[in-house]
Design a protein around this ligand. Structure first.
Ligand code: BGC
Length: 445
């Protein structure tokens, strides 16, 4: 096994949460509706049929949750800002009560000795902006820039670590291509337009953070997957290359100044029809770090559907593999290849695993939960991280997804990722054995 000290004394240990999944208080203190409030108001859009309600109640419990993070031994608290809480009409002036809430959160972090890391956008677009086309409307560049200006000026005196956006591939892919997530739109045109605008916003957001916040460190958090062909056949390998390109290369390459990886499949060239003069240069920004978020392995095979991609996933349940409670293929070793892959890009100087976690069913016995499988999962990923550091891959931190069980988007409350069990009726927290393991581990040398 490894010790904390094996990761280096400057290695950051953190917890990640997000506004929509944790705060609740959807209509309090001047907040307007987000696309997730609207989407989940239709119960058929939530797989377990439970409306988000107060989720895990962070809006009112923030002090206790921040204290709990400190008690478990973590040094970083990463949370996201709710755009509709801060700017209810999406584009105009800020709501002072929204700003005051995040001031309280930031100040509590600092009082507890935690570094606050802020994610500016974690998928909860103001619904009023979606009504004007949301991410498919180029006006989003203006709206997003205004939002970034406001939050960096409000919090930049105390917050030095900024993540402009969380997992663009997830919210653009599921929100605008397949329609599985809010706002439930689909089609290649919507996808490519939204993707281009999201990339422009990441780069522009990075520039605004640097302009407004002295000594800031700025990055983006990207999802990634370990992809394997179903077999050695030519067609399967081609399918895997396309899926991998889409999941792992699509957003990082334009940000690094390499342009969109249109070699993955010719249809991606359509994205160029949404370019305005100067966009090619505008897409690039020299981020201080990138965040990687890895949850599952994909085994790909050739398929005529969906067209354009001509690839599909071999369903994890058809293979002998370890499934999480969302039916995804849990493969901790995959993180190693992904770290090597991202570190090979010249412009990437520092990598944080800004989310890592797993959902398994938890069973409360008294007030105890023995979640040995979750603990093992983290240990296995950490073992790979430790090895990567030995290979000189610049991994600088590990942030657990997540502190307490929360609302897992379309899946509802059923998947539990927390180191701390949450009783959603009473908001009572009980630290799981995985949380206790982290506490002992982080106390060590
Ligand atoms: C997202 C989180 C989500 C987690 C687990 C990540 O894609 O950033 O919001 O809860 O995965 O599915």
């Amino acid at each position: 096994m490894f010790r904390k000290g094996d990761f280096g004394k400057d290695f950051k240990w953190g917890i990640t949460i997000s506004a929509f999944q944790n705060e609740g208080a959807a209509n309090e203190d001047g907040k307007s509706a987000s696309i997730w409030d609207s989407f989940t108001s239709d119960i058929f859009n939530i797989n377990d049929g439970n409306a988000p309600g107060e989720t895990s109640g962070f809006y009112h419990n923030y002090k206790d949750d921040i204290k709990l993070t400190r008690d478990l031994g973590f040094g970083v608290f990463r949370f996201s800002l709710s755009w509709p809480r801060i700017i209810p009409d999406g584009k105009g002036r800020s709501n002072q009560k929204g700003i005051a809430f995040y001031n309280r959160v930031i100040d509590s972090c600092l009082e507890e000795g935690l570094e606050p890391w802020v994610t500016i956008y974690h998928w909860d677009l103001p619904q009023c902006l979606e009504e004007e086309g949301g991410w498919t409307n180029r006006g989003i560049l203006q709206w997003f820039s205004n939002y970034v200006e406001i939050v960096t000026k409000a919090f930049g005196d105390r917050v030095k670590h900024w993540i402009v956006m969380n997992e663009p591939m997830t919210f653009v892919g599921l929100g605008y291509f397949t329609g599985y997530h809010a706002p439930g739109r689909n089609g290649i045109g919507n996808f490519l337009k939204a993707a281009h605008h999201a990339t422009l916003c990441m780069a522009e957001g990075g520039r605004i953070v640097k302009k407004n916040v002295k000594n800031s460190e700025v990055g983006v958090a990207l999802s990634c997957s370990y992809v394997k062909p179903a077999n050695k056949l030519f067609f399967s390998r081609g399918a895997a290359t396309r899926v991998e390109g889409l999941l792992n290369r699509f957003f990082i390459e334009p940000l690094l100044g390499l342009g969109y990886p249109t070699d993955i499949m010719p249809a991606l060239n359509i994205i160029k029809s949404y370019f305005l003069p100067g966009d090619k240069e505008r897409l690039a920004f020299d981020f201080d770090f990138i965040g990687l978020q890895y949850y599952f392995r994909v085994v790909a095979k050739f398929s005529l559907f969906p067209p354009v991609l001509f690839a599909t996933e071999v369903p994890p349940w058809q293979r002998k593999t370890n499934l999480n409670s969302m039916g995804l293929d849990v493969y901790p070793k995959g993180v190693s290849a992904l770290l090597d892959f991202f570190a090979h890009y010249q412009g990437i100087r520092k990598i944080f695993l800004t989310e890592s976690g797993v959902c398994y069913p938890d069973f409360l016995r008294g007030d105890k939960i023995n979640d040995a499988r979750r603990k093992k999962y983290h240990q296995k990923v950490l073992k790979q991280v430790r090895k990567a550091i030995k290979r000189d891959i610049p991994v600088a931190g590990y942030f657990v997804w997540t502190l307490v069980d929360n609302f897992e988007w379309r899946e509802g409350f059923q998947p539990r990722f927390g180191l701390v069990y949450n009783d959603f009726k009473t908001q009572k927290r009980s630290v799981k054995s995985s949380g206790r393991w982290f506490k002992d581990f982080l106390r060590g040398d």
